[in-house]
Ligand binder design. Structure first.
Ligand code: SF4
Length: 508
């Protein structure tokens, strides 16, 4: 970036470095956010999380979806203009800050490294999660600049709850306001007040405000397109538990897709807590609405495939095979991917335990049939051309040894069907009074837990490299990079096996 071409924006939007990477597919972004500092920074920056590019004025070519929503809402609902608001990357930030800066908005999905999937990794690996390591580095940089230029720092994103619940930490990091929730709700008003010099409090909004969403003005990281917001299934460890699911209108979805396609993206990712529930009400799916949307999406030419992040067992089982196959066919444009995966939470094979922790998750299914239903959903997904990927939680409150054994049997059955299962340590939200006691940690891991964990990983060591390779191929990742990552992956597998052996020896 050259100084004469640099902008002087009043508001700068930036996300932590793991969210500011140039990822071609969703799996690349997920793996980058799971790494700890045991991986050298040079490997992260060059290979696992290469920086998203910026233009001569400091604007990022791609930015995380949440910041794109903030940018669009500020331009629509405040008097700020395109010259006043810039989405950038950590690398581009320093050139944009100056006496003209009124506010920096920082976004992270896991700023203190307390997200449930990520804490599981740190239990086994040395080092600190890059999400928190890089968040701290970026916030420290912002705090230093704030001393000179006297602007406000607002933190948001999916991990905002971690900062809100930890006032000493956020003071240490120089954060003035934590905004938790969807920005369209009160974000524009908050920003206007802050820019006018008013003191503002933290803000928490539990609604989804889909009616106020404004189409993106620039491409999103990994080509993420928002289909639905919220979930409402009530899982006690999830920030989406009480947010009823609402759906983004098709015109906005298509506009966001075109925006990504025009910026050169070839694969896109649907963002929803349950892709299969698009257009539905409560826990009911609406196959016609989903197929209608997908038909319109298919009309956007020049893409290769759309990835799904989350689904739900109870939603999958509501579809007939024929409908599910039609949906599957609509998700590829050009290069067909063999492994179109969807991640579904099983949590435990004991449906009653799941119901106690996730009251609405299985509805309308019977908790006593949960294990059977999971197997049926697995078969159905394979039959219809999807690749099922499940997650289970170790240490759910109320878990007994029999539950672990039952889950072990279910996982083995899923393994024989060639599915993938990711085990996750239970991590309560900060809101719980007994939070520290109820966290699941390595100290609480029994031999049964370790067997279960190891079984999942041995299955995944076989299947995940194939899925990763296939998705990278369809997403346009070069053969050389795929090969390099595959070799690094083999090293990771050896490290995991060593870690399991060490823990197992410590248990004797
Ligand atoms: S089903 Fe998933 S997204 Fe919904 S509340 Fe439960 S964990 Fe959260």
């Amino acid at each position: 970036m050259t100084a004469d071409k640099a902008l002087r924006p009043a508001v700068v939007l930036v996300a932590d470095r793991t969210l500011s990477g140039d990822y071609k597919i969703l799996f690349e972004g997920i793996f980058a956010s799971m790494q700890t500092t045991k991986v050298p920074q040079s490997v992260m920056r060059r290979l696992l999380s290469p920086p998203a590019s910026i233009d001569l004025t400091g604007r990022a070519h791609t930015a995380v979806l949440g910041l794109r929503r903030v940018e669009a809402a500020l331009l629509r609902y405040t008097s700020l203009t395109e010259q006043d608001v810039v989405c950038t990357t950590p690398e581009g930030l320093q050139h944009l800050l100056g006496p003209w800066t009124e506010a920096v908005l920082f976004s992270s999905s896991d700023p203190l490294g307390r997200g449930m999937s990520n804490t599981t990794t740190t239990s086994f690996w040395d080092g600190e999660l890059y999400t928190s390591f890089w968040s701290r580095a970026l916030l420290t940089q912002i705090k230093e600049a704030k001393k000179t230029f006297d602007f406000k720092v607002i933190a948001g994103g999916q991990g905002a709850w971690q900062l809100k619940a930890n006032p000493p930490k956020r003071r240490e990091l120089g954060i003035d306001v934590v905004f938790e929730g969807y920005f369209e709700s009160a974000g524009p008003e908050l920003m206007t007040r802050l820019i006018d010099g008013e003191e503002c409090e933290d803000y928490e909004e539990t609604g989804t405000c889909t009616d106020k969403i404004v189409p993106m003005q620039g491409a999103s990281t990994m080509g993420v397109i928002e289909l639905s917001r919220g979930c409402g299934k009530g899982c006690k460890f999830c920030t989406m538990a009480s947010n009823k699911m609402e759906h983004v209108d098709p015109d906005t979805i298509i506009s966001d897709m075109v925006c990504n396609r025009d910026a050169g993206r070839r694969s896109v990712v649907s963002s929803s807590e349950d892709f299969f529930r698009y257009g539905g009400r409560g826990g009911r799916v609406n196959g016609d609405a989903l197929l209608e949307l997908l038909a319109r999406m298919r009309g956007v030419e020049g893409l290769s495939f759309m990835q799904i992040d989350h689904g739900n067992v109870s939603s999958v089982l509501q579809f007939r095979d024929q409908q599910l196959r039609e949906i599957r066919d609509m998700l590829s444009w050009g290069k067909k991917t063999d492994y179109l995966w969807a991640n579904m939470g099983v949590e435990s094979a004991n449906g009653r335990l799941v119901k106690a922790n996730c009251p609405g998750k299985m509805a309308p299914l019977d908790p006593d049939d949960w294990g059977e239903n999971v197997l049926e959903a697995c078969d159905k997904m394979f039959r219809c051309g999807f690749f099922p990927l499940f997650s289970i939680i170790l240490g759910l409150p109320g878990e007994k040894p029999d539950d672990i054994l039952l889950t072990q049997r279910l996982v083995e059955q899923l393994g024989r069907k060639q599915a993938v299962v990711f085990p996750i340590f239970y991590e309560p939200l900060f809101k719980e009074d007994n939070r520290e006691d109820s966290r699941f940690t390595l100290d609480k891991m029994s031999a049964l837990h370790l067997d279960l964990y190891r079984t999942c990983y041995e299955m995944n060591f076989r299947a995940v490299p194939k899925v990763f390779w296939d998705n990278q191929r369809a997403g346009g990742v070069s053969f050389a990079k795929r090969l390099l990552l595959r070799m690094l992956g083999k090293g990771e597998i050896r490290s995991w096996r060593k870690a399991f052996k060490k823990i197992s020896q410590g248990m004797r």
